[in-house]
Design a protein around this ligand. Sequence first.
Ligand code: HEM
Length: 507
Amino acid sequence: MFGSTTTTLALALFVTTFPAVRGQYTWPDPKYEELESLRWDQIGLGSTFLELGLTGSCTAFVGGSNTGRANAADWIRTAYHDMATHNSEDGTGGLDASIRFPEEQARAENAGDGFLDTFNFLSAASDRFVSYADIIAIGAIIAIESCGGPEIDFRFGRIDATEPNIPGVPEPRQTLDEHIASFRKQGFNQSEMISLIACGHSFGGVQHTAFPDLVPELNDTTNTQSAVHFDTTFTNFDNNVAKEYIAGTTLNPLVVGSNDTTNSDKRIFGSDGNVTMNAFAADENLYANICAALFARMLDTVPSGVVLTDVVTPIPVKPTQVELIHHGDGTLLFNGGSLRLWNVPVNTARAVNASWTDRAGVESPSVVLRHTSGMYPSASIVVNETSAVASFRFVVSDDSSVAAQTFTMPYLVLLSDTSCRLSNTIPSAWNLNVAVRKGTIPSRIYATRLNVLPAPTVEYAEYDIWTVLILSDDDTFNSYGISYELDGKTFEVLTSIVSVASVGLCA
Ligand code: HEM
């Protein structure tokens, strides 16, 4: 029986992808690298702040401790409710961050404060490269994977909705037929519906404030939000939700609630004669595998027309935060950033060297890098702007294949450290100066938050300085990416974050 469910799952993957994005990847690709980092740098040096939402613990909750709730559960429920507005017949709705709109959150089908909490936390990781919808998907993946769950395929490319979607999230008091119809509309058949709910309801529970008719106030100082959990391990992914259901020991309020009308899990789990739940209770690996496939499909359910990438896989040898900055004195500062080696065993004897080659092909003496088994901070050098840095590479003592990769350093358009603010107080208007190499004629250079057409201002031997004047900054910490268009393509200047607070006063 389960074999057929697995086959159905495999056949039913319907997301549109464009081919071989991973295969086409070449450094630098700031957008892909940022997404890859959000997806994979989950612990340790270089990790993104998303892991902090779980503060190293799956019991963490933004509302405080002893609440009976967990961020992980909220993040997963948010992803499901955002997706559940999908209508597979007309292609509308899906995972598009429409759940961020107060109008959607105010609907009865979205009872509870978990969506607002989740969005407030996760949205800070969104920027010019990453949509809110991609962040919601990554948040769910991190919650599941960090809390005992299986690895889930992540694709990116979700596009944020500009208005609320049509309602469509299932509610406990609906009938079994209504639930089957609702999941069919979302793109899942009856067996997938049973499985997906059993997977999601491995986490969290029903809280009194959101559903006062379903669960009572508990008056428990260790469960201050009176949440009655779907299983005894509500902060971890495991098959206890099925085991306890089959054993008849479950306290799941959607199974053993006193009002049978709202016992939706009971109706749904039993709707195939408990075949699915029996199989899940008997085999935790089967449960994990089916959940991994269904979670991935849930997250990849997007409005028609949205094209997702291939699955984001770790970049094995990844230079990060490399930048070349133009000084006003005819020199360039090359910041070697860090080298990230993916998933290498700890080897304290490993020696990692970096070297740079200038435009004439002359290689600099190598620099020894030593940090952790995975992250190797590199050094900075000042070079003449004529010779510049054309490429760099790493030599790793226990992996000769790394040295074979040469990373070509873009040097045509650079951040200039003559960038400065026009007044002593900040916020202030400021000049974001960009050095454009002579002979290079971008059709446009712009800071990502404000698009102001620049004009050359100061002449240098090798570079012209173009200024993006940022007239007013109401937020001191507004940061900018710099992009330029050349020969019909858009490029990103490789630089760390630039904000008015990071530049000095103009002379
Ligand atoms: C017929 C379908 C479903 C119904 C009627 C339903 C109903 C509910 C209800 C009433 C709650 C309590 C929310 C609260 O008190 O804040 C809840 C929580 C939750 N649901 Fe569902 N659900 C369904 C499907 C799903 C699916 C498919 C997933 C994910 C794949 C999911 C994930 C969750 C999670 C993680 C929680 C815990 C939230 C928390 O503890 O803060 N649900 N669900």
